[in-house]
Design a protein around this ligand. Structure first.
Ligand code: FMN
Length: 181
């Protein structure tokens, strides 16, 4: 039976690759729902993810508060696995410190313990190497349920060379399938 994949999208330039990830998953018969941070909508419009996933895109926790069920809890029950791609330095740090100030961070915090979460951080090399970001990453890596796809080295969108690139959609897609087994 095909599974439910919840995708979180943060405000990084690599979010354009997440469109292809959603397309690959839907093409393979997975059910996909997307949560975007408010800042992520500056990079890719919700309409792109809405069209590719054939589902509404979830943005604002309080906009959902009037619904019959508490939507963020319903999303945690719906998901078989959660993937955050790209994961920004900002959201990574919030999750590592238990902050729940938007729909994505709240859903991540509320996901039942048995459900895995794949993180694909992507950022400028200096951000990735920043000891605070590394400390927050290590903190999350110590917990078994968090699976990290480390950023790759290469030419970054900012023009620098170094570690920071999000893995290609096919690689994330393969990881999702392997993690669901
Ligand atoms: C053009 C541009 C590109 C950015 N790319 C990244 C990125 O790749 N990774 C990252 O961590 N932050 C990046 N940022 C900074 C984030 O957008 C910023 O920290 C934002 O507050 C993150 O919000 P979110 O974590 O709620 O999505 C970028 C900002 C701009 C303006």
């Amino acid at each position: 039976m095909k599974k439910n994949i919840l995708i979180g999208v943060c405000a990084g330039i690599a979010s354009y690759k997440t469109c292809e990830l959603v397309r690959l998953l839907v093409k393979d018969g997975f059910f996909v729902k997307v949560i975007m941070t408010q800042s992520a909508t500056k990079f890719v419009t919700p309409l792109v993810f809405q069209t590719l996933s054939a589902n509404m895109v979830y943005l604002d926790m309080f906009a959902l508060a009037g619904e019959e069920n508490i939507k963020h809890i319903e999303l945690t029950e719906w998901a078989d696995i959660c993937v955050v791609a790209p994961l920004t330095a900002n959201t990574l740090s919030k999750i590592a410190n238990g902050l729940c100030d938007n729909l994505l961070t709240t859903v991540i915090c509320a996901l039942p313990e048995a459900k895995k979460i794949i993180f694909a951080p992507a950022m400028n090399t200096n951000m990735w190497k920043n000891p605070i970001i590394q400390e927050n990453t290590d903190k999350l890596k110590k917990l078994k349920r968090y699976i990290f796809l480390n950023p790759q080295s290469g030419l970054l969108a900012c023009g620098d060379y170094g570690q920071g690139r999000m893995p290609e959609p096919e690689e994330i897609y393969t990881k999702i399938k392997a993690s669901l087994k």
